[in-house]
Write a protein that binds this ligand. Structure first.
Ligand SMILES: [Zn+2]
Length: 86
C-alpha cells in the first residue's frame, strides 16, 4: 500500500476552497486518479462540506458538528471544519 504524500491533504484543502494553482490542481487530480483512498476521502469530504454548508442555513443541532467531525479523517479534524461555515 502506498503512503500518500502529506501535501495531497493540503492540496485537497486548497482545491475544495477553490484556491489552488493550476499546477497543484494537476498534481492533485493525478494523485486522485491513482489513489482510491484519496479519491474516497475526497468524495466523503466534498459530501460532508456540501452537507455542512446546507445545514448551516437551517440551524443544525448542536451535536451535528461533533458528529460530522467524528466521521472525518484525523488530518481533517486537525484542520477543523469551522471555516466551511460562512
Ligand atoms: Zn492518496
Amino acid at each position: 500500500m502506498n503512503a500518500c504524500p502529506e501535501n495531497v491533504i493540503y492540496l485537497m484543502d486548497d482545491y475544495l476552497d477553490g484556491d489552488i494553482s493550476p499546477s497543484d490542481e494537476q498534481l492533485f487530480k493525478e494523485h486522485l486518479e491513482n489513489c482510491p483512498d484519496c479519491r474516497k476521502q475526497y468524495q466523503e469530504l466534498s459530501k460532508t462540506i456540501a452537507f455542512v454548508q446546507s445545514a448551516s442555513h437551517i440551524q443544525a443541532p448542536s451535536d451535528f458538528v461533533q458528529k460530522t467531525m467524528g466521521r472525518l479523517p484525523k488530518e481533517r479534524q486537525r484542520a477543523g471544519v469551522q471555516r466551511w461555515f460562512r
